[in-house]
Design a protein around this ligand. Structure first.
Ligand code: PEP
Ligand code: MG
Length: 767
């Protein structure tokens, strides 16, 4: 069958859509008062879309949708009919940010009947969200008496008109904007909003809105051919700029941000994206408006997904769309350049890594995002640059004004907007105190961590990015007690080849300068998702197919990684550690692959490591019950207390509701750890602990009291923990603990805090 008729039908729809847009623009340019403009527009839409009804709903700040104008429903319902976001089909459209097209709307389970509107005689309904800056500010719908199936092109047309309407609702200084805006009396008051920590640190500065609410002046085009040319031009310019940036940023100290940028530039080449923008121009929009429309669609379709990889791609597309619009506007002569304050806090809904690198990092005191996760690319780059970041701050962008004073307090998961004098002073004091602590820790760099009663404790760092290795030098730590190899895998777009991995591990060893580095083999699965690794959805991913389980089922993956480690450590010492081992046979199987790879390298005549030590992470409780069998087989053991405790208490470590439910300093944990220390000591197996608790002074004091002599922690914790070690008396803590193991208490935290106080220890420093 030929597709001629479909094409010509589509062609006529496109030209109708253009005509409709031109008429809507004329109404908007006219001198009529606002309500009259909305009335005329709803009438125009109903006529052009051959619908009996066209209604415009506007979001109010109390999260209700007000029927603002209608053609076809009862006029008396206007300004009197309200629906909550999420209520009825209109509310569903607003909640999901997605279009709905229903031939029989009344049969829909969420249909909410409003008798005052007289809508019971209409069967079908097609509605689209009115979006501005990615936020739903209203809903536009049409209704028909007969049951009819709306086609995709009609939905597209309604979406295009909704974009133009968004400008009428939010643009200029009309009354609707003032009423509909979420910015209300709050906008000058101090606010404290909680978020999640994406990059450690604190900073104060003036708000700088990353995406200045770009006002696209002209939404409707006069000449589509010209718009296509402008798009091609701007797209070419954007590519050149991205290439240049990539070449420049190669100079970055760490390899990972460059990897991120490369992935990101590839997205710009996604032909589907460009094609959709071209199609939007065909419907009558300017190039800028077309980019925005396609971006709205991407956000609507992908923004809701729980898949972290897809969510990150939405940010990358946001970044590109913003870049493209900027190129179009610059070409147009529209002034965009704004001066960033010398001490700036960047404010954004989301941000791609390249966008962050566009700024002069020396001026950035912090970054606050409405979205983001710890594994997002922008967070990884920010950490590499030492910029504090808070993410998931609700409604941030609408609550901040340009140049407001902002305090980013990432360490306490909060952001203070327009803080009053008391808060500012407190912040400055706390920065001053932190600086004093820092200076104290710097003074300890050359001292070994030895307790008052002469027990030497090795303090190592946990690492995953090259930049983390800087802490090895800064803090003079003993080595890298845990190198999480999955982190470099997570920022790439495909599995690194053996030679790439070899290069990476070699760089790590070179940077460690002879200090031991414990490479943990891939711990993927659970909360660590590789964008290019398809794992079926699991009900309990952290107890699912992850870490050693994946490695043993996919030995090629493990063997390639081991091969790279062996090659990287040629002539040097190599430490390899397997994660999530639940029983001895798993370790035996994994260790056998080390021997196979070593033999292979020897056969090739390659230089092999001077010595290979193979160890295991103790993070699944079952393994603790097979320690007598395990100890003779391993060269070392490291306790992963993060996972060990989540499995011990059956309490998801990532669930904020459970975060305070159980305490690491409970008699249960301490008794359990004590039994592990006793068995390992008896068998003479070196034991360390590399979970988060090792980096907290009070917890570290308890661990040393239990007999741990090696702790591995985040680099910034070395100073506070070392200070505590230097002041503690190991045998006193050991004796005190003996009396506490059988306590029926929920936690021994209070008792241990008292003990620390008696010893004159500062256990809260650095918190
Ligand atoms: C742990 O589980 O304690 C650990 C150190 O590993 P990760 O946090 O990477 O799971
Ligand atoms: Mg773990």
């Amino acid at each position: 069958m030929s597709d001629g008729p479909v094409l010509s039908h589509r062609g006529s729809l496109v030209s109708e859509s253009r005509q409709l847009l031109a008429r809507v623009r004329n109404v908007m340019a006219g001198a009529d008062e606002n309500q009259a403009q909305f009335n005329q527009i709803s009438k125009l839409i109903a006529t052009y879309m051959t619908a009996e009804v066209c209604s415009i709903y506007i979001c109010r700040s109390d999260n209700r949708l007000e029927l603002y104008a209608t053609q076809g429903l009862k006029a008396s319902a206007v300004h009197n009919t309200f629906l909550r976001v999420g209520e009825g089909i209109i509310g569903d459209i607003a909640a999901s940010g997605r279009p709905f097209a229903l031939a029989d709307a009344q049969a829909h389970p969420n249909f909410a009947y409003r008798p005052e509107t007289g809508e019971e005689i209409y069967s079908s309904l097609m509605g689209v969200p009115i979006l501005r800056g990615g936020r739903v500010i209203g809903v536009l719908d049409v209704q028909n008496r007969t049951q009819r199936d709306y086609i995709d092109e009609e939905v597209e047309t309604l979406q295009t008109v909704a974009m133009v309407l968004a400008e009428l609702i939010a643009g200029g200084d009309n009354a609707v904007q003032r009423e509909a805006s979420a910015l209300d009396e709050e906008s000058t008051n101090p606010l404290r909003i909680e978020g999640i920590l994406l990059s450690e640190g604190q900073g104060m500065g003036r708000a700088f809105l990353h995406s200045p609410r770009v006002n696209i002046e002209k939404m409707v085009a006069n000449d589509p051919t010209l718009e296509h040319e402008r798009l091609q031009h701007a797209f070419g310019d954007m590519h050149v700029a991205l290439d240049e940036m990539l070449a420049e940023k190669v100079l970055l100290k760490s390899g990972e941000p460059k990897e991120v940028l490369e992935t990101y530039r590839l997205i710009a080449e996604d032909a589907g994206w460009l094609k959709r923008i071209e199609e939007a121009i065909n419907t009558g929009l300017t190039a800028e408006a077309a980019v925005q429309k396609v971006q709205n669609g991407i956000r609507a379709r992908m923004g809701q997904t729980a898949d972290p990889y897809l969510r990150e791609r939405v940010h990358d597309f946001d970044d590109l769309a913003h870049r493209l619009v900027t190129h179009l506007m610059v070409e147009n002569g529209d002034a965009l350049a704004k001066r960033i304050p010398d001490e700036a806090i960047l404010i954004a809904r989301s941000m791609g890594p390249a966008q962050l690198l566009d700024y002069d990092a020396s001026k950035l005191k912090g970054l606050v995002l409405e979205e983001g996760s710890r594994t997002s690319h922008v967070a990884i780059v920010a950490r590499a640059l030492g910029i504090p970041v808070i993410g998931r701050v609700q409604d941030l962008v609408s609550r901040v004004n340009e140049f407001d004073v902002i305090i980013v307090d990432a360490n306490h998961n909060q952001v203070l907007i327009r803080p009053d004098e008391v808060a500012r002073n407190a912040f400055e004091e706390s920065i001053g105190a932190l600086e004093k602590h820092r200076q104290r820790y710097v003074a300890l760099i050359d001292k070994s961590a030895v307790t008052k009663d002469g027990v030497q404790v090795d303090l190592s760092i946990n690492a995953g990015l090259m930049i983390d290795l800087a802490h090895l030098k800064n803090s003079n730590a003993a080595g890298v007690g845990l190198y999480r190899t999955e982190i470099p895998f997570m920022v790439r777009s495909k599995f690194p080849r053996v030679d790439e991995q070899t290069h990476l591990y070699k760089q790590v060893l070179d940077n460690a300068n002879g200090k031991p580095v414990v490479f943990r083999t891939l711990d993927i699965g659970g909360d660590k998702v590789l964008p290019y690794w398809e794992i079926e959805n699991e009900d309990n991913p952290s107890m699912g197919w992850r870490a050693i389980r994946v490695a043993l089922d996919r030995p090629a993956l493990l063997r390639r990684q081991l091969r790279a480690m062996i090659r990287a450590a040629a002539g040097r010492e190599l430490y390899i550690m397997f994660p999530m081992v639940a029983e001895v046979p798993e370790f035996i199987q994994a260790r056998a692959f080390v021997d196979i790879e070593l033999a292979r390298e020897k056969e090739r005549g390659a230089v092999t490591p001077k010595q290979v030590r193979v160890g295991v992470m103790l993070e699944v409780p079952s393994l603790a019950f097979q320690l007598n069998a395990l100890c003779p087989l391993v060269d070392f053991i490291s306790v992963g207390s993060n996972d060990l405790c989540q499995f011990l208490f059956a309490s998801d470590r990532g669930n904020p509701r459970l975060a305070d439910r159980y305490d690491m300093l409970s008699p249960i944990v301490l008794t359990f750890l004590k039994s592990i220390v006793t068995t390992c000591d008896k068998a003479n197996v070196p034991l360390s602990l590399c979970g988060e608790m090792a980096g907290r002074p009070l917890e570290a004091m308890a661990l040393i009291g239990l007999g741990f002599k090696r702790l591995s922690m985040t680099g910034s914790s070395i100073g506070p923990v070392k200070e505590m070690v230097l002041g503690m008396d190991m045998s006193e803590v050991q004796n005190a603990l003996r009396t506490l193991f059988d306590s029926p208490e929920h936690s021994l935290r209070d008792a241990l805090t008292l003990l620390a106080k008696e010893q004159g220890l500062s256990v809260n420093a650095g918190a």
